[in-house]
Design a protein around this ligand. Structure first.
Ligand SMILES: [Zn+2]
Length: 329
């Protein structure tokens, strides 16, 4: 049973907004584009894990959590946590392509791409060990002692070549996961169903949504570097002009009824959770106060204050919901 899904990758959405609104000539642009690439690869990797658990089912009682943020003796984030009577398994997705050689002494791995490029990363065993300790501490403070915790590094492609895999590292490809779990579930139970259900509920209650916003503050980007305007999803330019029925792109003539919605959400992700009519007008390149009010009303943005003092605010949960709606529409 999947009880904690990963719905909207907030950091990815924020970085996409930032990257699309930075000029290519800006000195920090390439660094942001690289960060976006890394975060996107991570999200894609997590999606592979999610799909495996959606595709395969297991008969005995179990719980699956994706993207769980917890705190024990330190803050930690788990890509996927599997919980059964027999123990817990932390799955960490490693979306690192290429030939991989593990360097035992430095606890790193070296990967070589086909074009000859060589990069060095931390060995996944380091992160798994850290997360195992922190989860053990969390179990401990929730009266669950001696519950086995296994750590598994998952690499996406079975065509990958590995050299020197450390003995203490369990390395699987996605399709090997169901077999690994079935084997685990054949071992004798450590806790009863009541204790398993209790700990699963406690995990959900302890999850804290990680807030990556405001993105500009996080990446120390000056607000003046941000391109304003409504983005055309056809040509990518922020050159949509408001018409009576919606928005039309000055450059490619693409029409959209609600292109402003993404721009408003971009504003919240980039600059924080408060927006005024004036700021909204500046950001969307609108001149009419009434039209701006109407558009913000359509989006059901919660607000407080009246007239000029009115401030629209969006909590992280509400922002997540709005991003989810926008994707579905
Ligand atoms: Zn366009």
């Amino acid at each position: 049973m999947i009880i904690k899904k990963n719905e909207v990758p907030l950091k990815l959405r924020g970085l996409e907004a930032l990257n699309s609104r930075l000029s290519h000539s800006y000195k920090k642009q390439s660094g942001i584009a690289e960060e976006l690439r890394i975060v996107r690869a991570g999200v894609n990797g997590e999606r592979i894990l999610t799909n495996i658990f959606l595709k395969y089912s297991f008969l005995d009682r179990h719980y699956i959590f994706h993207d769980l943020n917890l705190q024990s003796t330190g803050l930690f984030q788990l890509d996927t946590l599997f919980l059964s009577h027999q123990g817990a398994v932390i799955f960490e997705m490693k979306n690192i392509a290429g030939d991989i050689k593990f360097l035992h002494e430095s606890r790193q791995l070296m990967r070589k791409l086909e074009n000859g490029q060589v990069d060095v990363f931390e060995c996944p065993s380091v992160q798994l060990e850290r997360n195992k300790f922190l989860l053990e501490d969390w179990f401990h403070s929730n009266d669950l002692k001696g519950f086995p915790i296994h750590g598994v590094a998952v690499f996406p492609s079975p065509r990958q070549r590995f050299e020197n895999i450390p003995e203490n590292l369990t390395l699987l490809f996605p399709l090997e996961i169901p077999v690994y779990i079935r084997k685990l579930m054949k071992s004798p139970p450590i806790i009863d169903t009541q204790a398993l259900d209790l700990i699963a509920n406690k995990l959900v209650a302890s999850h804290r949504e990680f807030n990556p916003f405001p993105i500009c503050k996080k990446y120390k980007i000056d607000s003046e570097e941000i391109m304003t305007g409504v983005r055309c999803d056809q040509c990518g330019l922020h050159e949509m002009i408001s018409t009576t029925r919606g928005w039309i792109c000055k450059s490619c003539k693409h029409f959209s009824r609600d292109a402003h919605k993404q721009a408003v959400l971009d504003y919240f992700m980039l600059f924080g959770n408060s927006l005024t009519n004036k700021k909204c007008r500046e950001f969307l390149h609108l001149s009419s106060i009434d039209k701006t009010t109407r558009l913000m009303k359509q989006m059901n943005l919660p607000f407080h204050g009246e007239k000029k003092g009115r401030k629209y605010t969006l909590s992280l949960k509400e922002l997540e919901k709005q991003l989810l709606y926008l994707k579905k529409e």
